[in-house]
Design a protein around this ligand. Structure first.
Ligand code: DX5
Ligand code: ZN
Length: 217
């Protein structure tokens, strides 16, 4: 079994000490730094915007994995690219012209991701799966950290894995929301490649150790 990529979500970090939080991630075995952008419209919460993403990137030695929980993401893709994004993920539910959004991101030379809310069926991506670098399966309803993991996620991961294999694609499956040491192994066994973890990492006594535990689960 391959080791998963671990992408700690800075949404749960201490923003007053963002430099030291990012330096902690630099020293850890984290693979990506997950950056959650919320607009108060697509989701019922506001997180932070481009200047904060830039500030994180100034200290980061790992790729920024930007998750846009916003309406009309096409208007902001360039700015997040300039802020240092190595991948940009948009929501299926926010994009009536999803294929165009994916092309827009890929033209910048970075990874393009599509996120699915818990009610959105993975089969909806079947026709364009080969063009998607990352599918992010939401395992909670987007908008807040610290929520309970939705058990139906395992089924979605397995279904998506089959679609990817049938298409001969190399799309990564990323899981976001309520990830912890109790569900990580089952997620990886189901086909997940990347695990996002916010509160489980940052609220633990030893975040670096917790990241290592997730990596070796
Ligand atoms: C939720 C965000 C997640 C969140 C995960 O809307 O997309 O990335 O930060 O936080 P935890 O791991 O605490 O559920
Ligand atoms: Zn996220």
């Amino acid at each position: 079994m391959n080791k998963p990529f671990i992408a700690p979500s800075v949404l749960a970090a201490d923003f007053a000490n963002i430099q030291s939080e990012v330096e902690m991630l630099n020293e850890s075995v984290a693979d990506w730094i997950h950056v959650d952008i919320m607009d108060g419209r697509f989701v019922p919460n506001i997180s932070f915007g481009i200047p904060v993403a830039e500030a994180i990137n100034r200290h980061a030695k790992k790729p920024l994995d930007v998750h846009l929980m916003i309406e009309q993401p096409e208007n902001y893709v360039d700015q997040f690219y300039k802020a240092g994004a190595a991948s940009i993920t948009v929501h299926y539910e926010a994009c009536p012209h999803l294929h165009r959004n994916i092309q827009q991101i890929k033209e910048l030379g970075i990874k393009a991701g599509v996120a699915l809310n818990p009610h959105t069926n993975v089969q909806l991506l079947e026709d364009i799966i080969s063009e998607i670098d990352i599918v992010l399966i939401m395992s909670v309803n987007p908008g807040f950290g610290g929520q309970k993991f939705i058990e139906n996620t395992y089924k979605k991961v397995k279904q998506l894995k089959e679609i990817i294999i049938d298409a001969g694609a190399d799309t990564l499956i990323e899981i976001d929301g309520g990830v912890n040491e109790g569900n990580a192994r089952k997620l990886i066994n189901s086909g997940a490649d990347v695990l996002v973890a916010g509160s489980f990492v940052f609220k633990s006594e030893d975040p670096k150790g917790t990241i290592l535990d997730l990596k070796n689960v």
